[in-house]
Design a protein around this ligand. Sequence first.
Ligand code: PXP
Length: 241
Amino acid sequence: MSRCRLGVNIDHVATIRNARGGDHPDPVRAATLAAEAGADGITAHLREDRRHITDRDIERLMAEIDLPLNLEMAATPEMLEIALRHRPHAACIVPERREERTTEGGLDAAGQFDQLTPVVAQLHDAGVRVSLFIEPTERQVEAAVRLGAPVVEFHTGRYAHAQGEERTAELRRIADAAALAAKNGIEPHAGHGLTFDNVVPIAAIPQIAELNIGHFLIGEAIFTGLEVSVRRMRELMDAAR
Ligand code: PXP
């Protein structure tokens, strides 16, 4: 079984920076440290309201970081223009609601098929690897297949918040959806709400090629430092395979 890649989401370094409006702590410095600690990629979500990552952060991440950048974006004309200008390694299309605290559920790729078709096509034509952040259901995976997305990222929020039997059922849903995606030639990724305590069963799903993890790693870094936090996550993911 091949190694599962770790994408470190640095949004919340920017959240802390923006609390005071200056330059510190710098998310680009966090990306450099994450790379040194074994991250395989950097993930950043440029939100419509710029509550954490800014346009300048994306420019600097593209210019200063050697790891592939996964730009999380809503399927809006503004974000599409930015993605086409920077051409990051990957773009993960996420649903975005202004009032939400975080990305609370997956994209309805089936329901928004017509709006997503040109966005996926333009990113693909520009050489950007398109990922769709969806719930782990057959309906959404089938929509991703029809949209021609090379990657899907399964929203693990429900799994992360569930306990006991409900968690086992959520894990099964993710494993089944990952198998279905892989069978259809789509690379499955996963993310949201993953921690040291819940990452192992997800990293053990053989088809899942990448996990994107942010809030927990940045929070843990307050206590142990970012390098220790990223290294520990890497160890747990490696041990799961
Ligand atoms: N993947 C996607 C597509 C996301 O939107 C997020 C949250 O921004 C994450 C992964 C990371 O989630 P968390 O910060 O809970 O680890």
